[in-house]
Write a protein that binds this ligand. Structure first.
Ligand code: GRF
Length: 212
């Protein structure tokens, strides 16, 4: 299964996907990495690995519709079977969503539908919850609103900051996201947004997977 990964920053999830591919636990091939930021560290990693990269920047004042069209065109050129948003900090417009209906997934650092948006870990702390985690879901036109495919839970500790909580959540993202990609690749998860089947029915399974 050919995957295009969309990134904006560090790219630790991209690394986790590639590590899982390397050790044979994720039956996918990353055919491209697309970023909205030229300086994203994820691009350096992709370049070093020989993965084709594209940058589709969006600056203040730029035409958002034109950006959505370019993004869709660049991603489509890479001919992905699946698009993975791994730290991509933009809401997708209709050009990409319509070209790849139900074939775009995202990883989010909170247990959706709680705490969508840019600051999931901080919002979980502010909300006083004792458990948070990560969610992998199908992307629709909303902000972190699409059908949920899989989740993993982590405790929120009394002395947590947004950074320490996010780090604990990310360790689980790095396990869960490659598992979900693999399950899509082998047909264990169906991506039709109307009839989503979640193969990770027992969340404890995702928690017991060893580190990538
Ligand atoms: C992750 O925590 C992901 O859930 C969120 O953005 C972060 C990206 O981290 N959407 P990285 O760039 O993969 O390190």
């Amino acid at each position: 299964m050919d995957v295009v990964v969309l990134v904006s920053g560090r790219g630790s999830n991209l690394r986790a996907i590639c590590s899982a591919i390397d050790v044979g636990t994720c039956a996918a091939h990353v055919v491209g990495v697309v970023s909205d930021r030229k300086k994203a560290a994820a691009l350096e990693f992709a370049d070093a690995r020989g993965i084709p990269t594209r940058v589709v920047s969006l600056r203040k004042g730029d035409d958002r519709d034109a950006w959505n069209e370019s993004l869709a065109a660049d991603v489509a050129e890479l001919k992905p079977d699946l698009i993975v948003l791994a730290g991509f900090m933009r809401v997708l417009g209709s050009p990409l969503l319509e070209r790849f209906p139900g074939r775009i997934i995202n990883v989010h650092p909170a247990l959706l539908p709680s705490f969508p948006g840019h600051s999931g870990p901080q919002d979980a702390l502010d909300g006083g919850v004792r458990i948070s985690g990560c969610t992998v879901h199908i992307v629709d036109a909303g902000v972190d609103t699409g059908p949920i495919l899989a989740q993993a839970a982590v405790p929120v500790l009394a002395d947590d900051t947004a950074d320490t909580l996010h780090a604990r959540i990310q360790a689980h993202e790095h396990r869960l996201l490659p598992i979900v990609i693999h399950q899509i690749a082998i047909g264990a998860i169906t991506l039709d947004p109307l009839t989503v089947s979640t193969a990770v029915a027992d969340p404890s399974q995702s928690l017991s997977v060893p580190d990538a």
